[in-house]
Design a protein around this ligand. Structure first.
Ligand code: HEM
Ligand SMILES: *[C@@H]1O[C@H](CO)[C@@H](O)[C@H](O)[C@H]1NC(C)=O
Ligand SMILES: *[C@@H]1O[C@H](CO)[C@@H](O)[C@H](O)[C@H]1NC(C)=O
Ligand SMILES: *[C@@H]1O[C@H](CO)[C@@H](O)[C@H](O)[C@H]1NC(C)=O
Ligand SMILES: *[C@@H]1O[C@H](CO)[C@@H](O)[C@H](O)[C@H]1NC(C)=O
Ligand SMILES: CC(=O)N[C@H]1CO[C@H](CO)[C@@H](O)[C@@H]1O
Length: 376
């Protein structure tokens, strides 16, 4: 009872939080509250986990990680079919609220994502969508379960937050402009399958990936007056087009040919097929970079966006592109993160600086120079 009162006062204190109805706390058992409460405390950032020692293909839809349906009102899912699946199999907390270290461990263990890629993507997302004070992030919408927010303009909105990481022209999710930026869209998935039929001999493969990426861009140009396709979304859109080829194909097969029923299982149901094996060997930044190149080269387009009307795509010369990988990093820190945390102080500044160091760590030796927006 005392705990419940503490939680209530916490919620009242967080009066800037609009608590969506489906996240009502009324349904929580006392045990669930006991699980949640200690996690709302201020927590020091933990160093990211290192690489796996055993990177072989192995059964990952195993007895210890059964798929379970969502608990309505509690379990949160979002725009990323990879993280959604890891949560629905218990590689991540099933409620969809996780620490960056849990995410790095889960993407490595469950899918064999390389440590460099895992750390880079996880800390990028965490810095813009997570709570640096409690060290927690929602893989979907905003939630009380990540604790009290740092001061605005910080958002701490989870991965659904538009335009800091999540963005337009996704494969199976609509553009934010149309009102839902994260739910599985059957019409778009049907097109995904159609492109596999047309260009991949029935499967989603590298050729289908390149053609579908281009179709998604063309469709947003033609229908979304607010279409934005600049860094970081410019990079993540191409990267995510390649992910299914590595991560959703059974590791014993490893032929980068993804059948439609397997794709649907991941994209729609957050579910690994029965007996699913993860990728054989790590999927590094280099491996993904090579596939990104093939998707991009098929139909190159410079970063830009529509100008408030459809069919007004205009190149944005300020955005990083594939010739300027370091600028992707630098602008993400100096512009995107800085706009959310213009002038952090005390423990908030310390937590941001530590997480910024973690974010840069995979780029050591890459030729990019670390930037320090908050001194060091
Ligand atoms: C390492 C941590 C990861 C983070 C923080 C992350 C985050 C995200 C976010 C925010 C999006 C939405 C982007 C958008 O469409 O606007 C996304 C999309 C996507 N993610 Fe992840 N992701 C991670 C790892 C993974 C992994 C391991 C996989 C595959 C197993 C994966 C597969 C995908 C795919 C295929 C999409 C595109 C969905 C679509 O376009 O319909 N991600 N991810
Ligand atoms: C419209 O585009 C701007 C700039 O990218 C973005 O900040 C805003 O969130 C977008 N609004 C919608 C509804 O997509
Ligand atoms: C799904 O996408 C289609 C095509 O872009 C769109 O017309 C439709 O409104 C979307 N459906 C939902 C439920 O958002
Ligand atoms: C994984 O790759 C290694 C080295 O190429 C090979 O020896 C092994 O048989 C592969 N494992 C599976 C399950 O295909
Ligand atoms: C990034 O911001 C820092 C501090 O505000 C500044 O010193 C640095 O020159 C900036 N770097 C770039 C490449 O813009
Ligand atoms: C910025 C934005 O459009 N975000 C939206 C993402 O989708 C959810 C649910 O459909 C909306 O509530 C957000 O406003």
């Amino acid at each position: 009872m005392a705990r419940f009162a503490a939680l209530l006062s916490l919620i009242l204190a967080a009066n800037t939080l609009a608590l969506p109805q489906y996240e009502s706390l009324a349904g929580l058992s006392e045990r669930e509250l006991e699980d949640i409460l200690p996690r709302l405390n201020i927590v020091k950032p933990q160093p990211p986990p290192g690489p796996l020692s055993d990177t072989s293909a192995k059964l990952v839809n195993d007895k210890a990680h059964p798929w379970r349906p969502l608990i309505p009102g509690i379990d949160i899912r979002g725009p990323c079919p990879g993280l959604n699946t890891l949560a629905s199999h218990g590689y991540l907390p099933r409620n969809g609220v996780a620490t960056p270290a849990q995410i790095v461990n889960a993407v490595q263990e469950g899918f064999n994502m390389g440590n460099d890629l895992a750390v880079f993507v996880t800390y990028a997302a965490f810095l813009v969508d997570g709570n640096p004070l409690t060290n927690l992030m929602s893989i979907g919408g905003k939630t009380i379960f990540t604790g009290i927010d740092p001061p605005k303009p910080a958002i701490v909105g989870g991965l659904n937050t538009h335009a800091v990481f999540e963005g337009d022209a996704s494969m199976t999710r609509g553009d934010a402009f149309f009102g839902d930026n994260h739910s599985f869209n059957e019409t778009q998935f049907d097109e995904f399958v159609e492109f596999g039929n047309k260009f991949g001999g029935g499967n989603y493969n590298i050729v289908a990936a390149a053609e579908f990426r281009w179709q998604r861009i063309q469709e947003s140009i033609a229908t979304n007056p607010n279409f934005s396709f600049i860094s970081p979304r410019y990079f993540t859109a191409y990267a995510e087009s390649t992910f299914p080829l590595f991560f959703f194909v059974d590791g014993r097969k490893g032929d980068a040919q993804l059948p439609p029923d397997v794709a649907r299982s991941f994209f729609q149901n957050s579910r690994m097929p029965d007996g699913f094996f993860r990728h054989n060997g790590t999927v590094s930044l280099d491996l993904v970079g090579n596939a990104i190149g093939q998707v991009f080269e098929a139909h190159p387009i410079a970063p830009g966006g529509n100008q408030g009307k459809v069919n007004t795509y205009t190149v944005d010369p300020n955005s990083a592109d594939f010739t300027q990988f370091c600028k992707l990093y630098t602008d993400f820190v100096n512009v995107t993160i800085k706009s959310l945390y213009p002038n952090p102080k005390g423990i908030l500044r310390d937590a941001l600086n530590t997480n910024l160091d973690f974010f840069f760590s995979p780029l050591k030796g890459s030729g990019c120079t670390q930037v320090f927006p908050y001194g060091h």
